[in-house]
Design a protein. Structure first.
Length: 388
């Protein structure tokens, strides 16, 4: 893809990344490096119920552990952030170690704000509201998908108001991300596939976004290559440490790409079926990606040729105006092999709910980055109908 001389962008990704098997057990060094003495682990209920990971991290922290806050649920909520901050204050936490997927990480981003600033979390909704560094935060992801360990975004649900709050602030970028393949080995094949496709969508969306830029393009293309090669292997054998590690790297760099270049129509539509019908974020993205590629095909030919190359397709003879269609078919072939559902009707979305989701998607913040202007809910509805 080429850019012209008017190119103008910022690429910002200051999070220190540590990679390797068992590196999570060296978390104490990272706490010390940050000059902290009381690390609160923030994790979710399932992880503490079904694995010994949070306890192992606590043991690894030794005297620097301030305890475990394990009340995080699937959709992180303001009330959970409030409870976590209260607990953090009680135990004198001066840094956070989030262990889990997107919800645990985003909850910790919220707790980081309240521990530093106090007050109400709702006061910090929006973009670049914070004026100083927040509570230091180390992330240990247990899924390879969200990339939240390197993004400046947190999405936290206000259950009382029934809406999702968006926090976009450079001061909530985690300080350290520890990518330890051992932390993802227990993830089920289905969740491995779904979260992996979230990462795939981050990479492709960063490339077709209106805010696309060359550094993000470069890492997004590498993420696509890695996901194409290693996601099927991680799904087939969760103990394949090479595949698990490469997927963590892919999710991480795709996170760095979209944190700078943004996501677009796929995420806008996925957020809405997630909010309205609780469809898993990665699954929703996976199902919606092909019709969105077709929708954007006439303006993204060159971009999608690059995507196809990264997917290992010989693009000789494929014209730019055909690339979106071919890419959509390739994604369907890929997700079918992963055993993922192909239709919104297969994941609990009723046909009569599509109209409401279309209205909702039109007001989603991601849609403004789509390379093709979408101003009518009927356009969104057509994409949903293709995916239904
Ligand atoms: Fe996502």
């Amino acid at each position: 893809m080429l850019y012209d001389a008017s190119l103008n962008f910022i690429f910002w990704c200051p999070t220190k990344v540590v990679f390797g098997q068992n590196t999570a057990l060296d978390v104490v060094m990272e706490v010390e490096n940050l000059g902290c003495k009381r690390a609160l682990i923030v994790t979710d209920r399932d992880l503490i119920k079904n694995t010994d990971i949070p306890e192992r991290i606590k043991k690894a922290l030794g005297k620097l552990s301030a305890g475990i806050f394990s009340d995080v649920e699937a959709d992180s909520g303001v009330h959970i952030v409030n409870q976590g901050a209260k607990f953090g204050k009680e135990v004198g936490a001066d840094c956070l170690v989030s262990v889990g997927g997107g919800s645990a990480i985003d909850t910790a981003k919220g707790i980081a704000i309240l521990l530093k600033e106090g007050g109400k979390l709702q006061d910090y909704v929006g973009f670049q509201i914070l004026t100083r560094p927040q509570t230091p935060h180390i992330v240990i992801p247990t899924t390879a998908g969200t990339g939240s360990e390197v993004t400046y975004i947190a999405v936290i649900k206000d259950h009382e108001e029934g809406r999702k709050l968006l926090f976009g602030d450079y001061h909530i970028l985690p300080n350290v991300a520890i990518l330890d393949p051992r932390m993802t080995e227990g993830l089920s094949p289905r969740l491995t596939a779904a979260t992996g496709m979230d990462a795939m969508c981050h990479a492709i969306e960063a490339m077709h976004s209106l805010q696309r830029e060359p550094i993000a393009d470069g890492i997004a293309l590498h993420a696509i290559r890695l996901i194409k090669e290693f996601l099927p292997k991680a799904v087939e054998n969760g103990k394949d440490m090479l595949a698990r590690g490469q997927m963590l790297i892919a999710a991480n760099i795709a996170g760095g790409a979209f944190s700078n270049a943004q996501v677009a129509v796929v995420h806008a539509l996925a957020h809405s079926v997630g909010a309205r019908f609780k469809v898993h974020h990665g699954l929703a993205n996976s199902i919606l990606l092909p019709p969105c590629l077709r929708y954007n095909a006439d303006v993204c030919g060159e971009v999608y040729l690059d995507v196809l190359s990264a997917l290992g397709v010989n693009i000789e003879g494929i014209q730019p105006d055909q690339a979106g269609e071919v890419a959509a078919d390739k994604i369907i072939e890929f997700t079918m092999k992963l055993g993922l559902p192909q239709r919104l009707r297969d994941v609990g979305v009723p046909e009569e709910g599509l109209r409401e989701c279309s209205e909702l998607a039109l007001s989603d913040g991601a849609i403004i980055y789509n390379p093709k202007l979408i101003s009518e809910s009927t356009e969104v509805l057509q994409i949903y109908q293709q995916a239904w």
